[in-house]
Design a protein around this ligand. Structure first.
Ligand code: BES
Ligand code: MN
Ligand code: MN
Length: 455
């Protein structure tokens, strides 16, 4: 039996097992899910143990890390696989066609929170490697797995774990599947991710909500002020108005520009898929450039005052919002947080008190665009997908990728199995079954290709 035959004969079982993994509401952002997180980590540990991995769950200050290894021979390359089992909050629940933690198949897709991001994609590698183990009795290289539970909340405790377990995690290269393919007929290798800086802004006015007739007009309204502040984050050309924001921004290389130009872009399809009549962004840049290599500043949510039924005529005491800034190479999250704080304090009128809570974030990363590891990954993708991958970047962030380089000195291969329309972080997240299958075949081919590389 070959690994591919094993995969073909276990399709239903594999899908059922993925369903079991997707049933855990492992939402890292919410403390009420602490138990579900722990149970999910335990499930993965047991599942990998049954396949033949040596496994252990490591507690951290936050959510636990699942570590697993299958070591064959010191002389063979060692590959560290990274994934995350935590998921984004599923809200708004009323927009889901089936409940987020009750997986369901509809028209060739598995629907559930985490289906693609990142339980489904991580599970793809586990199943691909399982197929090799079952078919050949071993693996052609050494494998380590690091599956964390805090990626969606910026992996705060993971660098500490990595620093404390350098030897345990020692490897020649990292494999991560937590990105997307270019489209349904074009697989991709991602060569860069944006970083992130995250702040919360509070605008305080009167010491309590007050009557908008008695006081309106005479005092500042925190909601009005917050909106005006947010309105000053960009200039009329869509550039971010925070002084010094672009100071370190890395310019696109000629090679990079060329790669982006080679990728098919369908403006109309892009607009239609999002239900918008026009795109929007920084003047002078294409949609790919705007979403992959230019920094952003966006409000994720804004709150203040009365939003219940009917009228309540008040000047609210406070208004707040959450802002994330996507960063590009050479921008530093802490420095950017300081800059936005300074700017907001400067543009806010004396009539309100502004508080900026800075949360830091992640640095942007670029990974090698050539070399034997990348060639091996490309060959595996070609085997699994029947097509050579294209090079692209992604606008999202995976904080630990920079830490792998910084703390362990290892490069990462970003091999996405998802699609841009899989609704990650949205209602009705899904994983295309054919992508799961093509991914599993790629994952089963990958160890043989990586094993050919002399570390
Ligand atoms: N898998 C995503 C990253 C991603 C998104 C890659 C889109 C490619 C395309 C990851 O789980 C994620 O959502 N990361 C967070 C990190 C943040 C909380 C620090 C993100 O990008 O918002
Ligand atoms: Mn992810
Ligand atoms: Mn995510």
């Amino acid at each position: 039996m070959t690994p591919f035959q094993y995969l073909a004969s276990t399709k239903q079982k594999r899908q059922k097992e993925l369903f079991d993994l997707l049933k855990f509401p492992s939402v890292s952002a919410k403390s009420e899910h602490k138990k579900d997180i722990t149970a999910c980590a335990q499930w993965i540990k047991n599942h990998m143990k049954d396949i033949g991995f040596k496994t252990k769950v490591y507690p951290t200050k936050g959510h636990p890390v699942v570590y697993a290894e299958y070591l064959v021979d010191k002389k063979l390359p060692t590959v560290l696989y990274y994934g995350h089992y935590d998921v984004q909050p599923p809200e708004p629940l009323e927009l889901w066609k089936s409940p987020p933690f009750v997986p369901e198949v509809r028209a060739g897709y598995i629907y559930a929170r985490g289906a693609t991001d990142d339980k489904g994609q991580t599970f793809t590698h586990i199943k691909g490697l399982e197929a090799v183990i079952k078919a050949t009795g071993t693996l052609p290289m050494n494998v380590k797995f690091l599956i964390e539970g805090e990626e969606e909340v910026a992996s705060e405790n993971l660098p500490i774990f990595i620093r404390q377990n350098r030897k345990l995690l020692k490897a020649d290269v990292v494999v991560v599947s937590d990105t997307a393919q270019f489209n349904k007929s074009l697989p991709a290798v991602t060569f860069g991710l944006r970083g992130l800086a995250f702040v919360e802004v509070f605008v305080h006015g009167p010491n309590r909500d007050v009557h908008s007739g008695s006081f309106g007009g005479a005092i500042a309204n925190p909601v009005n002020i917050l909106c005006s502040i947010v309105g000053q984050l960009h200039d009329k050309d869509g550039r971010i108005a925070i002084p010094g924001f672009y100071k370190n921004v890395k310019k696109m290389s000629v090679w990079e520009k060329k790669q982006f130009k080679r990728l098919p872009y369908n403006e109309k399809g892009y607009r239609q898929s999002l239900g918008i009549s026009a795109t929007h962004g920084e003047k002078g840049f294409s949609t790919f450039e705007r979403s992959w290599v230019r920094p952003t500043c966006d409000v994720n949510g804004i709150t203040g005052g009365y939003q219940g039924e009917g009228a309540k005529t008040i000047i609210p005491a406070v208004a707040s919002c959450k802002i994330t800034m996507r960063l590009v190479p050479n921008q530093n999250p802490k420095d950017i947080c300081d800059k936005i704080e300074k700017y907001l304090q400067r543009i806010a009128p004396k009539s309100v008190r502004v508080k900026v809570v800075k949360h830091g974030g992640a640095t942007a990363v670029e990974v090698p665009t050539d070399g034997p590891w990348l060639d091996a990954a490309s060959r595996a993708i070609e085997i699994g997908f029947g097509k050579q991958p294209v090079f692209m970047k992604e606008g999202g962030s995976i904080p630990v990728v920079a830490d792998f380089k910084r703390l362990l000195g290892i490069d990462t291969l970003l091999i996405g199995f998802g699609q841009n329309d899989d609704n990650i972080h949205s209602p009705n997240e899904r994983f295309r079954i054919s992508d799961f299958e093509r991914g599993c075949r790629t994952a089963a081919a990958l160890p043989f290709e990586l094993a050919k590389v002399k570390p």
